[in-house]
Ligand binder design. Structure first.
Ligand SMILES: *Cc1c(COP(=O)(O)O)cnc(C)c1O
Length: 376
């Protein structure tokens, strides 16, 4: 019998799109030690409600069937809530999936996507995958979007502008007045995505100086789509479900670029169960507790001397600059995993109450400029 040996490796590489091969591989960040705290992914520290666990468990009996392709029951629930038709609601496997779908629907190679930077770390990769080009407009010194500069960055090639409020990772909101002034400058034939993944944590007062609220803008602009998610406030990050509300024609285009059947029946039913009045009241109470905790963390850090911007999200931004890696390491050694973006700063999610004292004690010792002195 002839022995066939494998061909010598020639060193030839499979031909991939070079811009894709150059993307940094996804690294989810280090897991928290067993007795530590994972404050790196803006997850909800509260476990799922029993009523939600129950519907997910019962969905398991039907997993031999495909889900409803458009999650109609969930669309109807959301449509009722926001005063739109079910056709003006699009469900996705997390709002990251929806972002990808809208970018693919509007931007092709040669086209530009404008967004603020630093912002959500998923944006650059999604734009590259679409073959389009990112135009990153630096945040203002106060870590908010520079909407004037973003409007000025729109060219003939611009197809999408992403506005993230509250901005991940800085927690700063775009105000309603700023957003409306911005929309007045954006040509009506360019898609604007308002990414409101943290909307429920804002606790706005509804004034024009206050945070933009996509829900109040529905139907006002032919080119505006609002994106929200069940991952953060509703604690369903592991199930992957988010939604878009906007003009039907835009949602149809985004539906066309989706990988079909991405939203599972378990995810859709868990979202519906989370919108049941009693369940939602409890979930929003938790959101309130997280927002209180956030305000306490923010106030303490500011009193310690950290220049932390006002956070309206479920995380705070610590502009640690060149000390970013060192500070993140110190926190890690104490069992707290954060998201470090060297050399800018560290995003710290608001997690379990038990994490707060540890966090604040360590950061109190690391305030810039205090090492030589004697901080109180
Ligand atoms: C978390 C997050 C999302 C959505 O996450 P999904 O889990 O995919 O719904 C979208 N945008 C921003 C800015 C986020 O931080």
């Amino acid at each position: 019998m002839e022995i066939v040996t494998a061909p010598e490796p020639t060193g030839a590489r499979v031909r991939l799109r070079p811009e894709i091969a150059a993307l940094p591989p996804y690294r989810q960040g280090r897991p928290a030690p067993a007795d530590g705290f994972k404050l790196s992914s803006n997850e909800n520290p509260f476990g799922p409600l029993p009523s939600v666990v129950e519907v997910v468990a019962s969905a398991a009996h039907d997993i031999n069937r495909y889900p409803d392709a458009t999650a109609l029951a969930l669309r109807e629930r959301l449509a009722e809530r926001f005063g739109v038709t079910a056709d003006e609601v699009l469900i996705g496997a997390g709002s990251v999936a929806l972002l990808a779908q809208f970018i693919l629907a509007a931007a092709a190679p040669g086209d530009e996507v404008v967004y603020s930077w630093r912002s959500f770390e998923a944006y650059p990769g999604l734009v590259t995958v679409a073959g389009a080009t990112s135009v990153m407009v630096p945040n203002r010194a106060d870590h908010g979007h520079d909407l004037d500069a973003m409007a000025a960055a729109i060219t003939d090639r611009t197809r999408v502008v992403i506005v993230c409020s509250p901005n991940n990772p800085t927690g700063v909101v775009v105000t309603a007045a700023e957003f409306e002034a911005f929309m007045a400058k954006v040509p009506a034939d360019r898609l604007v995505l308002l990414d409101e993944a943290y909307a429920e944590f804002v606790r706005g007062d509804g004034s024009a100086d206050d945070a933009v609220d996509g829900a109040t803008l529905i139907g006002r602009y032919p080119n505006l789509v609002m994106l929200r998610t069940f991952s953060k406030a509703y604690g369903l990050a592991g199930l992957r479900v988010g939604y878009a509300i906007g003009p039907v024609e835009l949602l149809d285009a985004a539906r066309a670029t989706a990988i079909p059947l991405g939203v599972t029946a378990a995810a859709a039913s868990a979202a519906i169960a989370s919108l049941e009045p009693a369940a939602e009241a409890e979930l929003l109470e938790r959101v309130g507790a997280i927002a209180d905790r956030r305000d306490r963390v923010h106030a303490t850090l500011v009193a310690q001397g950290w220049p932390v911007p006002v956070a309206r999200s479920n995380f705070v931004w610590l502009p640690a600059g060149e000390a970013t890696t060192a500070v993140a390491e110190r926190l890690f050694d104490a069992g707290i995993v954060t998201r470090a973006f060297a050399p800018d700063g560290i995003r710290i999610s608001i997690g379990e109450e038990e994490s707060v004292d540890i966090l604040l004690t360590i950061l109190g010792e690391l305030v810039p400029g205090s090492q030589e002195g004697h901080p109180q």
